[in-house]
Design a protein around this ligand. Sequence first.
Ligand SMILES: Nc1nc2c(ncn2[C@@H]2O[C@H](COP(=O)(O)OP(=O)(O)O)[C@@H](O)[C@H]2O)c(=O)[nH]1
Ligand SMILES: [Mg+2]
Length: 383
Amino acid sequence: MPPHARSTPDGSAASVELARILARERPALARAVTLLENERAGAAELAASLVAHCGRAHVLGITGAPGSGKSTLINALLGELTRRGRQVAVVAVDPSSPVSGGALLGDRVRMGEHGAGDNVFIRSLSARGHLGGVARATGRVVDLFDAAGFDVVIVETVGVGQSEVDIGRVADTRIVVCAPGLGDEVQAIKAGVLEIADILAVSKGDQPDARRTLRDVRTAAQARHASGREPDVVLTVATAGQGVAELVDLAEAHAREFGVGRRAREAAPRAVAAAAPHATDDALFEALAGWRARGKGVALATVVRTWGSSPRPQGSLLAVAEDGAFLGSVSGGCIEGAVIGEALEAIRDGQPRMLEYGVSDAQAWEVGLACGGRVQVFVERVE
Ligand SMILES: Nc1nc2c(ncn2[C@@H]2O[C@H](COP(=O)(O)OP(=O)(O)O)[C@@H](O)[C@H]2O)c(=O)[nH]1
Ligand SMILES: [Mg+2]
């Protein structure tokens, strides 16, 4: 049983659903994407509860101008990655097209070849409503697939500056696709693509202009050498599967060198930074009272028992508001995400819960209690 589910023995609908997600049950994944994409009630809580399970997937960002061959390349990558035994999820983001639109339908048909397999899960996201929605939904859906245990999560976005999704934020390895001709390569360089690319893939290598484009892109990549890491360059013919294994090799080498879990790494220090300045109990209760006065639901987490080298003593407090604001600390930052997720659920369902995390427990690795020790935390809604 996934650890998170075990820590909520109340068997609430949300914890059952989370258990199904962690078990990578496809209907649960599909429901979760829809919930997150449409920001329905419960989306923020689900997102918060996923965080503790994230950080293992290799997130590949694939970006480039429309028509540059991203979807075709992803289709080829799916073949190569599954041959290598990887479980792969794809999030295709195209804010300019509705889900049923031609471009995305085309994406689905091409990528659909692999969609039926248990090792591949593909979803398209589109902008619905307000600005910022796609970016937030994309990050959350990537977390969902990461938490569900996919080894690789591929995010397809339209070229730099044309998408509100900042691929540099989301992806561990950023692949920029440059198609031959049309001055795309020059455009790409102008658009600052070189600054974000870890790997430059010159697509449609079977086209007459491809060699020249490859030369131009190589020259541009070398020029960046002075200002940072020189991006790798690879020529691909996705329609014939050429250069695809090499691209996967380069991506995997990049992950080995720079690690994965960029999103998780960015989120974790935030949690630590916010939690670390030990709020005095007075300050914490003052904040709690302030949130309640503004009509927000609130919960309080209390460390009730510690073993070994737990970084926070018994009686340490963490206050959480329904919008995700929090103050205080129950650990060195390593289980705050999980506890906040539980607190949000407690605010919603009113059920108090006792949680346990620790190195002597099978859960330890799952919750990333890198700071050691073992801890029991009681979480309750404050009325
Ligand atoms: N000749 C050739 N055409 C390709 C190749 N890869 C993609 N295409 C074509 O380029 C067009 C755009 O591809 P698509 O993958 O939809 O581009 P995206 O908009 O970047 O996702 C399609 O007509 C593809 O068939 C390739 O390796 N060689
Ligand atoms: Mg596409």
